[in-house]
Write a protein that binds this ligand. Structure first.
Ligand code: ATR
Length: 280
């Protein structure tokens, strides 16, 4: 590398709809930094060559999105603890000849709750996670790291919940149908399924059974107030929307590539919400 302004990008297939350039572009502008952040569409059949050649690329680092999070992981020389535990990489950077990988999804999930609802984790007993995909894995790992005693995983396809529970001690699979009538001891409900996206119905769960201090959060952020969050508010529960997870997961990468730790502000939220509204 020379002392040229650092370049970073989001890498995916497709990558057109990624909000990452809006987020990083805002931070570059706010901090008056010379650097750039773009989009790179890499087809699945090119992914091995691209990631294994990353050490020689002109990029200082990258965000990695679907479907490349596993290929990126196998191309790293060094992995963070969370990337290893989650088994996927969403943030890459270079140090000399080495490529390093991290997974910041769990960090983003926790940082969003910490910012929007300080004290949300006063009761670290039982958490209920709906869904068992890649996002669920990062979130369950984060909840266990934060000190939750138990994480119940309910997924339409039970086998996937079982597989996750086996690899994340402290979590357990429960029946998808049993989540309709959740254990009143549940302190936080997290929707990681795509239910509710585009304004459709969220997961069928009787939120009125939960205690008054329970928190409900959704990783779906289109719309920003999902049907699940609207129902939670209607029964008096505290809610946190999912946009902040997307914004906070971007923070560690930006700091590594551009050397400044950026903030997630109301202004950034507004800019990204406007971008989403324009695109739809
Ligand atoms: P991500 O990486 O965002 O977690 P994913 O790996 O595609 O995405 O996972 C999507 C999750 O939404 C899965 O848990 C999926 O359940 P299955 O494992 O049974 O497919 C869940 N999901 C998607 N559509 C659903 C629906 N109509 N009802 C219930 N769960 C649904």
């Amino acid at each position: 590398m020379t002392d040229a302004a650092p370049k970073a990008a989001v890498i995916g297939w497709p990558v057109t709809h990624s909000r990452s350039p809006v987020i990083h572009g805002h931070w570059l502008q706010t901090h008056g930094l010379a650097g750039s952040y773009g989009r790179l569409a890499i087809a699945p059949e090119e992914a091995d060559a691209f990631f294994f050649g990353f050490r020689d690329s002109e990029l200082a680092g990258a965000n990695v999105t679907l479907p490349h999070k596993l290929t990126a992981l196998s191309a790293c020389d060094v992995l963070s603890d969370s990337a290893r535990a989650i088994g996927a990489v969403n943030t890459l950077w270079r140090e000399g000849e080495r490529v390093l990988g991290d997974n910041t999804d769990g960090y983003g999930f926790l940082a969003n709750l910490d910012q929007q609802l300080p004290g949300w984790d006063a009761d670290r007993g039982l958490a209920l996670v709906l869904g068992a995909g890649g996002a669920a894995r990062a979130i369950i790992h984060a909840l266990l790291e934060r000190g939750f005693d138990r994480v119940a995983i309910a997924n339409r396809t039970r086998d996937k919940a079982e597989a996750l529970a086996t690899s994340l001690p402290g979590s357990e699979a429960v029946d998808w149908d049993s989540a309709r009538d959740p254990d009143p001891a549940v302190a936080i409900v997290v929707n990681t399924t795509s239910l509710g996206m585009g304004g459709g119905p969220g997961p069928a769960i009787d939120l009125a059974r939960l205690g008054p201090d329970a928190v409900v959060t959704d990783i779906v952020y289109t719309p920003i107030r999902t049907e699940l969050l609207v129902r939670a508010t209607a029964v008096g529960l505290r809610t946190v929307d999912g946009l902040g997870m997307l914004l906070h997961q971007a923070v560690p990468g930006f700091e590594r590539w551009f050397g400044v730790r950026p903030s997630v502000t109301d202004e950034l939220r507004r800019i990204v919400l406007d971008d989403i509204a324009e695109a739809s």
